[in-house]
Design a protein around this ligand. Structure first.
Ligand code: AMP
Ligand code: MG
Length: 397
C-alpha cells in the first residue's frame, strides 16, 4: 500500500505531454498553449489619443487655436500641428506630428473653427505612447498556460491566428459490473444505473481530455479483457471503474497485470483505497478506479486529473491549496488520509469549510455542490470545530 504523495509521484513520472497541433483562434479557448508567444510589434505602434478631444502642443499660450482637420481612429493626419493650431481627434486616433497632448472635448469650446481650451494640458496628457500596452518582442504568453478569454484577445492582438496547442489526451472509459443498467432503464431488483461511466467522462473532459471510446462490460474475464484491450488501443489513457477490490468478481487487477506493468494497486487513501495504476509497453496509462461513485470521482480528481493535465501539456497540474477553518467537528479515518467533500466560503477574514453531509462512498450527493476537498490526516481523535485544515479548491469560490 503506497501513500498518496508517492502514488501521485509514480503517476506523474509516467505522464509526459503527448504532442502538439495547431488550431484556429476560435477553437483555442480551454486549450493549453504549446509555445511561448511574443508581441510582433509595439502596441500602440504610434502615439495615440486615449480620449475624444483636440491634439495640441502643451505650453501653447494662444487663446484660440485654429482647428486644422479631424483625425478619426484608423486615419492619419495630413497636417502638422504648429503653435496656434490644433487637430480634432477621436479616441484611438494617431497623434498628429507636432502635437504632444490631447485636451478632452469636454474641456474645449470650438467656435467657428477655433478651439478655446478651458485648461492647459501637460505634455503627454491623454496620449498613449508607443509600446505602452505591448513592446515588440516582449513575451506575452507562456507555454503550458490554459487559454481563456484574455489570452484569446492577446493572441489576436499579436497576430496569432493559428494557435500552437498541446494535443488533448484521448481517454477510454470502461464501466464494469453485472449489476449495471443504462441511465434510461429502470433497474431491476439488485441492479443500479451506470453513473460512473458518465461522471468519469465528464470529469475527464473537465481535465482537458477527449473521450474517444466508452463501454460497459460485464464481470466476465474474456469480455473484460477484450474491452480493456480495445479501450487501450483507442486511447492514451484507459479508465476502468469497479472490479478492482477484493471480491471474487473483481478481475481488473489480474487483467491489468496481463497487459501492463502495475505501479501500485492500493493507496492509503479514502475514499478509494483499491485504486490501481499501470502503464503499457507503449507508455499508455491505465487506471483501475474503484466502483463506488464517490470513490471513482474523487480518485479521478486527486490522481487522474493531474496526469491528464500533464499529458495535455499543462504547467500547473495541481489544484490550489488553502487553509480553512472547520465549521464543525470532523472525525478522521484511523489510518488513511481522507479527502472529505465540503463547501468553502469566505467569512470573517477566513475560509470556512462546511461538510456536504454523510461522506459515504456511494453517496454522490456528497460531491454535488462541493467546491473543496478537505485533506484530513489519519488519527483517533475528532478534529474540533475551529481547527485549521488544508483544502484543495475545486472551483472558484
Ligand atoms: P465494485 O468495486 O465493482 O464491487 O463496485 C463497488 C460498488 O460500486 C458496487 O455497489 C457497485 O454497484 C457500484 N458501482 C460499480 N460501478 C458502478 C457504476 N458504473 N455506476 C454506479 N455504481 C457503480
Ligand atoms: Mg463490480
Amino acid at each position: 500500500m503506497v501513500q498518496v504523495g508517492e502514488a501521485l509521484d509514480r503517476i506523474l513520472a509516467r505522464a509526459e505531454p503527448l504532442g502538439t497541433e495547431t488550431v484556429d483562434l476560435t477553437a483555442a479557448r480551454g486549450r493549453i498553449l504549446a509555445q511561448d508567444i511574443a508581441a510582433d510589434d509595439d502596441l500602440p505602434a504610434l502615439p495615440r489619443s486615449s480620449v475624444d478631444g483636440y491634439a495640441v502642443i502643451a505650453g501653447d499660450t494662444a487663446g484660440a487655436l485654429e482647428v486644422l482637420e479631424e483625425v478619426t481612429a484608423g486615419r492619419l493626419a495630413l497636417t502638422q500641428v504648429r503653435a496656434g493650431s490644433a487637430v480634432r481627434i477621436m479616441t484611438g486616433g494617431a497623434l498628429p506630428e507636432g502635437a504632444n497632448a490631447v485636451v478632452m472635448v469636454e474641456d474645449v469650446d470650438e467656435i467657428d473653427g477655433r478651439a478655446i481650451l478651458q485648461h492647459r494640458p501637460r505634455p503627454g496628457e491623454n496620449v498613449h505612447p508607443p509600446g505602452m500596452d505591448l513592446a515588440r518582442g516582449q513575451s506575452v504568453l507562456c507555454r503550458g498556460i490554459r487559454v481563456g478569454a484574455a489570452e484569446v484577445g492577446l493572441l489576436a492582438t499579436v497576430g496569432c491566428a493559428r494557435v500552437p496547442v498541446f494535443r488533448k489526451p484521448r481517454v477510454a472509459v470502461l464501466a464494469t459490473g453485472d449489476e449495471l443498467v443504462e441511465p434510461q432503464e429502470t433497474p431491476p431488483p439488485g441492479s443500479v444505473r451506470d453513473s460512473n461511466r458518465f461522471a468519469l467522462m465528464a470529469a475527464a473532459e473537465d481535465a482537458g481530455a477527449e473521450v474517444v471510446w466508452q463501454a460497459h462490460a460485464r464481470d466476465d474475464e474474456a469480455q473484460l479483457e477484450q474491452a480493456m484491450r480495445e479501450g487501450l488501443a483507442a486511447a492514451d489513457v484507459l479508465l476502468t471503474s469497479g472490479g478492482v477490490s477484493m471480491g471474487t468478481r473483481d478481475l481488473i487487477k489480474p487483467l491489468l497485470e496481463k497487459m501492463a506493468t502495475i505501479h501500485f494497486g492500493r493507496v492509503s487513501f479514502k475514499p478509494g483505497k483499491p485504486l490501481t495504476f499501470a502503464t503499457t509497453a507503449e507508455g499508455k496509462l491505465a487506471f483501475g478506479l474503484p466502483g463506488f461513485p464517490v470513490s471513482s470521482l474523487v480518485t479521478l480528481e486527486v490522481f487522474v486529473r493531474p496526469a491528464l493535465l500533464k499529458l495535455g501539456g499543462a504547467e500547473r497540474v495541481l489544484r490550489p491549496r488553502v487553509e480553512v477553518v472547520l465549521e464543525h467537528e470532523i472525525r478522521p479515518d484511523a489510518v488513511r488520509l481522507e479527502y472529505q467533500r465540503a463547501t468553502v466560503t469566505w467569512q470573517d477574514q477566513h475560509f470556512v469549510a462546511r461538510t456536504t453531509g454523510l461522506q459515504s462512498s456511494s453517496r454522490l450527493m456528497s460531491i454535488v455542490g462541493a467546491n473543496a476537498l478537505l485533506e484530513i490526516g489519519p488519527g483517533s481523535e475528532p478534529l474540533a470545530k475551529g481547527t485549521m485544515v488544508q483544502a484543495l479548491l475545486l472551483a472558484n469560490l
